[in-house]
Design a protein around this ligand. Structure first.
Ligand code: FAD
Length: 499
């Protein structure tokens, strides 16, 4: 086993880890050594082919389809230099004040989160796309929402030089999306932070990590030789994401038992809805996600967002198979698409555990409230499609594969909970949160409000697993704000931690 030693080790390089890496870079100027250990590869620019199956295999855990224990939901999260920011769409919303209030974590103030979020909105070039860059899929959604009196907003996005390839979720082939892979990690490396890719941390011991380096056969070679490593550090920051951070800590021997570890996992369960126009529309090219509707967020617990997925993901999300399925898929150029997301409650039994082999297992139970929200969201989406001029709509809770425009007056009857059966519908999640939640009580939380693990002065968490409950909006900006806090605390405490 090869031995290495650093002052700070960060595990993971996504929204949280990439942010921490950059914010710890000033330590390098003081002569301290900082490393980021990232399981995934750093792809070469030529390897971003935009091909769906190939990129899904290269960039995601289980191709983007990690199943929950009962198989009722798939979870999408990436394994790469930049983590899930490599595949996110880059919609950039700061946390609303009402959510901070609902979180009710002593020490987490709205003004502080807002100030830190604003820093990253500026750093990652977040802005509204010019009107001429909005495609039909998005334009039709916004116009229909306004026609129906639904509140609709344009998403700020973090692109620079977007050429509208439309494949944000397969890794931008034009280097336009400003994830941590483009902004924070290169800045950290330029300042002296060592980013080690293809390096999987197996477990954490007292001020040390045990890791394995193995190159997958694509991407740049790791800067460390393949093999087993024991890495000592004065401080360790875990930022492996809401599934892998709790799993890593559960595999590790911590000095304290933390009953909340792995628990209170939330996911914004989501469905893809499809409407069909009688003519081709621009949908595949252009930024896929320019508008959202939060009209029903407070009253019914769901959000509607524009989206445009790729053939395999789309086909997998349609319910049914055979002639109707094939017919709809052949008409992708006429498709309008909406993603609906439910706000789910943070429950102790929705949780990450680890199997005998140490791999994470996510147990997730849908509450009646979430199922009702998912059904109600399909009715709202169908209304939007018809108001936009669609001739027919496909909804997973629909009484039949297609609901025609002539049936638009009967949506409450045709889209109903009795047609929506878990296991036969394709529910997915790309917003994974919780598992190492912040709080002041070690019985119900894992870290304090600065991401420091209760009772362990050298161990921090800095990613989406910190969320005490769902963000209720797209989460990455908040993850960066929380990671910024954790980095600030590490910088302040490092001198006190024994070498
Ligand atoms: C398809 C998709 C679209 C999205 N779109 C948006 C959007 O538009 N707006 C938004 O706000 N959010 C979006 N998100 C969500 C957002 O990307 C994530 O919430 C965010 O990136 C999570 O940050 P994180 O630091 O918690 O984890 P990640 O960014 O997932 O990073 C975790 C990293 O840790 C690494 N890792 C895991 N285990 C280990 C280990 N044992 N050793 C070493 N490394 C490890 C992983 O390989 C990964 O690189 C999207 C997500 C997906 C999947």
């Amino acid at each position: 086993m090869v031995e290495r030693s650093f002052d700070v080790v960060v595990v993971g390089s996504g929204a949280g880890g990439g942010t921490v890496a950059k914010e710890l870079a000033p330590l390098c100027r003081q002569g301290l050594r900082v490393a980021v250990l990232e399981w995934g590869p750093k792809l070469r620019e030529s390897e971003f082919t935009g091909r769906e199956i190939e990129m899904a295999d290269r960039l995601y855990f289980d191709g983007g389809g990690v199943l929950t224990r009962d198989g009722a939901m798939t979870l999408a999260f990436a394994r790469a230099y930049g983590g899930s920011t490599m595949v996110y769409t880059g919609t950039s919303l700061p946390l609303p004040e009402a959510v901070v209030r609902r979180w009710n974590v002593p020490g987490i103030e709205f003004d502080d989160i807002s100030r830190r979020s604003a820093k990253y909105l500026a750093e990652n070039n977040v802005h509204l796309l010019e009107d001429e860059r909005i495609n039909d899929n998005n334009r039709l959604f916004a116009a229909a929402c306004r026609r129906l009196g639904f509140r609709v907003e344009q998403f700020p996005v973090n692109v620079k030089g977007c050429r509208g390839a439309g494949v944000c979720n397969l890794g931008c082939p034009n280097a336009a999306k400003q994830g941590t892979n483009r902004v924070q990690l290169p800045a950290a490396e330029a300042a002296g932070v060592e980013v080690v890719t293809n390096c999987r941390v197996e477990r954490i011991g007292e001020r040390e990590c045990f890791a394995t380096v193995a190159n997958p056969g694509f991407g740049e070679l790791s800067r460390w030789e393949p093999g087993e490593y024991r890495i000592r550090a004065r401080a360790i920051v875990v930022a492996a994401g809401a599934v892998n951070s709790p799993a890593l800590l559960l595999r590790s021997r911590l000095p304290l038992r933390l009953p909340a570890l792995g628990r209170y996992f939330t996911a914004h369960p989501a469905l893809i809805l499809v409407g069909e126009h009688d003519r081709p529309i621009s949908n595949f090219h252009g930024h896929p996600k320019s508008y959202y509707c939060d009209h029903f967020a407070a009253s019914h617990g769901f959000l509607l967002e524009t989206c445009m997925y790729f053939p395999f993901v789309t086909a997998k999300n349609l319910i049914g198979f055979g002639a109707e399925h094939a017919e709809l898929m052949r008409r992708m150029d006429r498709m309008q698409m909406i993603l609906v997301l439910a706000t789910d409650p943070a429950l102790p039994d929705n949780r990450v555990t680890v199997g005998r082999d140490g791999a994470p297992i996510v147990s997730y139970r849908f509450t009646d409230g979430v199922l009702d929200a998912l059904v109600a969201s399909q009715r709202a989406a169908a209304r939007i499609f018809f108001a936009a001029g669609c001739t027919r709509v496909h909804a997973p809770a629909g009484a039949s594969f297609f609901i025609g425009a002539d049936q638009a007056g009967r949506l409450d009857e045709l889209i109903a909970r009795r047609h929506f059966r878990l296991g036969t519908v394709s529910i997915s999640s790309a917003h994974l949160m919780g598992g190492c939640r912040m709080g002041s009580d070690p019985a119900t939380s894992v870290t304090d409000a600065w991401g420091k693990v209760h009772g362990v002065p050298w161990l921090f968490v800095a990613d989406a697993s910190l969320f005490p409950a769902a963000a209720e909006i797209n989460p990455y900006v908040t993850i960066m704000a929380l990671a910024d806090r954790a980095a600030e605390r590490v910088r302040a405490r490092i001198a006190e931690l024994p070498a």
